[in-house]
Write a protein that binds this ligand. Structure first.
Ligand SMILES: Nc1ncnc2c1ncn2[C@@H]1O[C@H](COP(=O)(O)OP(=O)(O)O)[C@@H](O)[C@H]1O
Ligand SMILES: [Mg+2]
Length: 367
């Protein structure tokens, strides 16, 4: 699959931009703070309905404006498609595909799959667990639209439970109402955990092969999904649900004391190991980046298997983050994909007939 055209209006620092793309390599270059990353963010948003950064929709609308348009024309599933999205300052965004309005965001995902490499994500291993959950959630959502819907149901129930735990007036009746919310959270939570574990197993298995290749056979990558429940190995969904509910009941007093829900997949993590040692603690920065590079390439492979099409790749400022050998490895593996790269100088970018360059100056695209 590939994107033919991007149209942005009042998006970030762009008043209006129309960009006609190469099916292969697209390079956005220019000085810092000109709007290069913003374009990748616009593509990601148009494909998935969310930014790859933890920001609100409002922040993405050009300062002083009331709405923002993001339109993508692309070729996917053997046909031409158009996604139109409008963000508003005061209400929820609207989205249409081929001029048919969508009622849920989960109807958007999967049409245009994207894998993004950002400098922030290259430090995924050493960041807090939230970053790793986001990585898993975004990746799963793209190939399992039902997961996106499930996750939002879980988050809504979680928000309600937290509201209840924070509300002083409700404290007296909390023992009656808490089990009702726990029941629902355990039900959604069990599904979330199983989706994540299943996906983590698949993506890590492939990533381990890639990591081994990059490290010249010296490093073995493994990972463990780490959560509220000690061991969910071989458990059915019903069993995970029952175990979650039991743990919530056991921790109820603590949750009431802390005024927040502490049991459930919103606290889970994916822990990486190199040769059996916790990578967050023992791996060098280079090794940690190799883990993320391997994960991302593995994600690309999984998407290809799932959709039978190469996902679009967004590479944000990676020249400074990956050394030459890792960059060469990366480029050797993504030859069949449409690629978007941002950089400050184009010296180190492979120039082919199909490469298209765009100079970005203060929210304007110059060809
Ligand atoms: N909502 C917004 N409205 C207007 N300008 C914005 C908005 N959000 C970010 N910017 C501007 O976008 C620029 C950063 O763009 P970015 O794509 O990150 O730059 P870079 O070229 O370094 O990747 C900054 O100048 C910032 O002030
Ligand atoms: Mg940038």
């Amino acid at each position: 699959m590939y994107i033919k055209k991007i149209y942005l209006k009042n998006f970030r620092n762009y008043s209006e931009a129309e960009i006609f793309l190469s099916e292969k390599l697209n390079v956005f270059y220019g000085n810092n703070a000109q709007g290069k990353t913003n374009i990748l963010e616009g593509i990601f948003l148009g494909a998935i309905g969310k930014s790859f950064k933890p920001v609100s929709e409002k922040e993405m609308i050009k300062l002083g404006e009331k709405f923002s348009d993001i339109e993508l024309e692309y070729f996917s599933g053997g046909r031409d498609m158009t996604t139109k999205m409008r963000l508003f300052t005061e209400k929820k965004k609207t989205v249409s595909i081929n001029n048919v309005a969508l009622s849920r965001m989960s109807e958007l995902v999967g049409k245009l799959t994207v894998v993004v490499f950002t400098p922030e994500e290259l430090s995924l291993v050493k960041e807090g667990p939230g970053a790793r959950r986001r990585f898993l959630d975004m990746a799963i959502s793209q190939v399992r639209p039902r997961y996106m819907h499930l996750l939002s149901s879980y988050n809504k129930a979680l928000e309600q439970k937290n509201k209840l735990l924070k509300n002083e007036k409700m404290k007296n009746s909390v023992n009656d109402t808490l089990p009702i919310w726990n029941e629902q959270l355990a039900q959604f939570g069990a599904k979330v955990i199983l989706y994540r574990k299943n996906f983590a197993d698949k993506i890590v298995k492939k990533a381990a092969e890639i990591h081994e290749e990059i490290s010249g056979g010296t490093e073995k990558l493994t990972a463990k999904y780490h959560g509220s429940l000690q061991d969910t190995e071989n458990m059915t969904e019903e069993e995970v649900k029952a175990a979650l509910f039991e743990e919530m009941t056991r921790q109820a007093e603590r949750e009431i004391f802390l005024s927040q829900a502490v049991v459930g997949p919103h606290r889970d993590d994916l822990v990486f190991f190199i040769n059996g040692n916790n990578a967050k603690i023992y791996a060098s920065q280079g090794q940690q980046r190799t883990i993320v590079l391997s994960l991302k390439l593995s994600q690309k492979e999984l998407f290809l298997e799932e959709t039978e099409e190469e996902p679009v790749l967004l590479l944000d400022d990676i020249t400074g983050e990956l050394d030459l050998s890792r960059r060469e490895y990366l480029f050797s593996k993504i030859k069949n994909s449409q690629v978007f790269i941002t950089c400050t100088d184009t010296d180190r970018i492979e120039n082919t007939e199909e490469t298209r360059y765009f100079k970005i100056v203060n929210g304007e695209v110059i060809r």
